[in-house]
Write a protein that binds this ligand. Sequence first.
Ligand SMILES: [Zn+2]
Length: 288
Amino acid sequence: MGRFAPSPTGPLHLGSLYTALASYLDARWHNGYWLLRIDDLDTPRNRPGAVSAILACLEAFGLYWDGEIYYQSQHIQAYDDALAVLQAQKQIYGCVCSRKILDQYPGVYPGFCRDAPPCARQQALRVKTQSHLIAFTDALQGPIAENLAIQHGDFVVKRKDDIVAYQLAVVVDDHAQRINHVVRGFDLLSSTPKQWFLQNLLNYHHPEYMHVPVIVDTHGQKLSKQSYATAINFLNPGPVLWRLLALLGQNPPVQLDQASVAELLEWAVEHWQPQNLKKISAIQDTIE
Ligand SMILES: [Zn+2]
C-alpha cells in the first residue's frame, strides 16, 4: 500500500510529479494499492482550484489512484484522538515560547516549557523526545540514525494556531490508511526519525521508507511552486513521462519516446528497478 500526499497549495510541478511517479511505480510493482491523500490541514496555504488541478494532472499522466481521496481536513478527530493518547502518556506539554525566543536556539528546542506548570495561554503542543538513537534503514539511502533529543529537542505536534503539525498528521494517516511503503522526496528524510518516534509512542507499525532524490534546476535549486516549474504542460504528456522515467534512472527505451502514457506506464511498472535510482539527495534536470 503506497500513497501520494500533495498539499493543495498550487498545481503539481515536475518535482512533485516525479515523486508521485516513483511511489506509483513502486506500489504497482508490488501489486499494491496506490492511495491519494490531500494534505490540506494548513488551511491558510490552501489555494482554490488546486485540488482539481492536481487531479487533472495525475489523470493526464495515467496515475490513477485507488479508492476515495483522503482529505486530511476530514480526519481532525483522528488527530485529536492520537493527541489524547500522547496526553494520557504524559508525552506532550504546552509551549508558550515566542518566535523571538525560539529564534535564539535555531534547530534545537531547549525545553524551556517542559516542566512549566500548565497555563491558559494560547500554546503549541510539543512531544517529549528521548535521548536515544532512532535507527532505521531507508530502502535507497541506507542506514539512518538520529538522536532526536540532542539533534532537535522536543518538537511540535500541534501548532499554536491550533493546526495539527505535519509530523503527527502524517503518522496518523499512514496508520489509518495502512500504508506500508512510503516513497517520497529526499527533502522529507529529515522528518522521518520524528515520525518513527511518534509511531513508537502510538504503538503503530513502521512503514518501509524510500526517499528518492529531488529534482533541482540548473542552479541547484529544488523545484518548487515558487520556482520556474510552476505547472506542467500536459497537452502532450508522453514525452514528459519518458523524461521523468529517465530522471528516475529507469532507462526507458528510445523507441517509446512517442508512446502513449498507458504504454509507457505499463513498461515502467514491469521494469521498475528502484536500485537504479541514485543514492543522492538531488538530481539535476538537464534533459531538455
Ligand atoms: Zn516553550
